[in-house]
Design a protein around this ligand. Structure first.
Ligand code: PEP
Length: 250
């Protein structure tokens, strides 16, 4: 039985004050959440503070990125060990904004995935197609290619108990959510692809949906057979909305 996960990607938003308030709000509502694994991914500078606030609660903390190297002359990068040191359990890897705006290729994303795993950080591995790719009918090919880069480097077993976030780029931050059927179709494809290589890995793999998920659409999306939770951007910045999604996931 896969535990449902709701992960908040705060992106480059917030301040010391707003983050304190957001964490207090989420903690206040935690008592009503018993089944979902709740993860928050703040900007890196706030990780120690957020880890401290999450201490003693069920909230898990994740980073929004990770370096593919473990230490050395990599100005501006943050290693998996450093993230672990400040209390991170998860790391978002290969988010479409990093792929599109900072040129992260499938190969680099695979190396970052490997760096996370070898240092005990659990990847939340993002994949997804652009609108143009969807309209050209190559959604599954794009997702396959992105997953294959990780499998080529690490083997399918690297996805055992793993987390993939399927995030159609055209649905991120646009308010244009995929229909539950559209999302389920891709999630089923992803699970089927992994199952063809290793049925046990496919069975344990959590596949989150991301892209304009909100309190109004979360229940129907997460209710789909192969949707095991959500990666939430905009709606994770308000405790009330984030908690409502966590409750929908219950
Ligand atoms: C995201 O960036 O991972 C995301 C899903 O954003 P939003 O929920 O704002 O579409």
């Amino acid at each position: 039985m896969r535990q449902v996960m709701v992960a908040g990607n705060w992106k480059m938003n917030g301040s010391s004050d707003s983050i304190k308030e957001l964490m207090a709000g989420i903690k206040d509502g935690l008592a009503a959440i018993s089944k979902a694994e709740v993860v928050v991914c703040p900007p890196a500078v706030y990780l120690p503070r957020v880890s401290g606030a999450a201490d003693g609660t069920s909230i898990k903390v994740g980073s929004q990125n990770i370096c593919d190297e473990d230490s050395g002359a990599f100005t501006g990068e943050i290693s998996a060990n450093m993230l672990k040191d400040v209390g991170c359990e998860y790391a978002i890897i290969g988010h479409s904004e990093r792929r599109a705006l900072y040129g992260e290729s499938d190969d680099l994303v695979a190396k970052r995935f490997a760096a996370a795993r070898r240092n005990g950080i659990k990847p939340i591995f993002c994949i997804g197609e652009s609108l143009e790719e969807r309209e050209s009918g190559i959604t599954n090919d794009v997702c396959s290619r992105q997953i294959d880069a990780v499998i080529a480097l690490e083997g399918v077993e690297a996805l055992a108990d793993g987390v993939i976030a399927y995030e159609p780029i055209w649905a991120i931050g646009t308010g244009k959510v995929a229909t539950p059927e559209q999302a389920q179709e891709v999630h089923a494809f992803i699970r089927g692809k992994i199952a063809a290589l290793n049925a046990d890995v496919a069975d344990g793999l959590r596949i989150l949906y991301g892209g304009s998920m909100n309190p109004g659409n979360a229940k129907e999306l997460i209710g789909q057979k192969d949707i095991d939770g959500g990666l939430i951007g905009g709606a994770s910045l308000k405790a009330e909305d984030f908690l409502a999604i966590c409750q929908a996931a219950e």
